[in-house]
Design a protein around this ligand. Structure first.
Ligand code: ADP
Ligand code: MG
Length: 263
């Protein structure tokens, strides 16, 4: 059952993750594995804990209980004690190194407004990876080609459409050569006509074998691109399965009820 005994280490593994804010328990014992090259789509009502779960996967949030492993190394939690596996705790430098391997794309693009597109993309590879500016520029230009924005290198973010900004944000994340990409409602802030161009880039990324965890309400994308869909409610995983299984034949009434509102 456990992936590492089957010879393959999960890219993301959460064991009994619990997270509270004040008195409210936002994640109530989440156990989930994402295998390399897998695309897992998280769906669920607003406030069900999807963003918090995603943020636990790159240590933007620290769970009070449970462990998070990335590619077999503990990111947060007391892994060694809990599982007996040799787990390097990840304070300071080690944590930074791990986070550098995890790309995250948010609903709000979070580009630096005073920097050109190419400078936005070059920043982290130069500062964190130690690339020369020339190396980072070459990589950035190639990535802009990949997301269909080769002509926007010197544009300021404010001159771009939302769909273009989100594609830049994806290129910026990819510039770090992440082994895992997390997307938190990447198309929710976009005008409808721009949703497709962003989903297309994500689709290509998935086809290239990127491991992805995607929070989205785009059920079409979940069906076409997702290997697995996870339905969350009130900080718990209610049900998970292949898109065909979860969308066409959900086992749980709560899943059916949610799907009837979004489909
Ligand atoms: P979702 O992404 O599914 O809409 P979230 O993970 O954003 O859900 O939030 C789950 C719950 O946790 C919500 O009730 C939200 O108000 C609460 N929450 C999220 N982040 C914080 C925070 N930093 N402080 C306090 N409460 C929070
Ligand atoms: Mg959210």
């Amino acid at each position: 059952m456990v992936p590492w005994t089957a010879g393959q280490t999960a890219m993301v593994e959460l064991n009994g993750v619990c997270k509270t804010f004040g008195k409210s328990m936002v994640l109530s014992g989440i156990t989930l594995r994402v295998m390399p090259r897998e695309v897992v789509v998280l769906i669920g009502p607003s406030g069900s804990g999807k963003s918090t779960l995603l943020r636990c996967m790159n240590a933007l949030e620290t769970p009070e209980q449970g462990e998070v492993y990335i590619d077999g190394v503990v990111l947060t939690g007391n892994g060694e004690k809990a599982t007996g596996r040799a787990a390097v705790a990840s304070p300071g430098a080690a944590l930074h190194r791990m986070r550098a391997e995890i790309g995250m794309v948010f609903q709000q693009f979070n580009l630096f407004p005073h920097m050109s597109v190419i400078e936005n993309i070059m920043l982290a590879p130069v500062r964190v990876r130690g690339l020369t500016r020339e190396q980072a520029r070459r990589k950035g230009v190639a990535l802009l080609g990949k997301v269909g924005l080769e002509d926007k290198s010197h544009a300021l973010p404010s001159s771009l459409s939302g769909g273009q900004m989100q594609r830049v944000a994806i290129a910026r994340a990819l510039a770090m050569e992440p082994k895992l990409m997390l997307f938190d409602e990447p198309t929710s802030a976009l005008d409808p006509e721009m949703v497709g161009e962003v989903l297309n880039v994500m689709n290509e990324l998935a086809e290239e074998g990127m491991t992805m965890v995607v929070v989205t309400h785009e059920i079409g994308f979940a069906r076409e691109v997702g290997d697995r869909i996870v339905f969350m409610e009130q900080g718990r995983i209610v049900e998970e399965g292949t898109p065909a299984q979860l969308l066409e034949a959900p086992r749980e009434e709560r899943t059916r009820s949610f799907l009837s509102k979004v489909l």
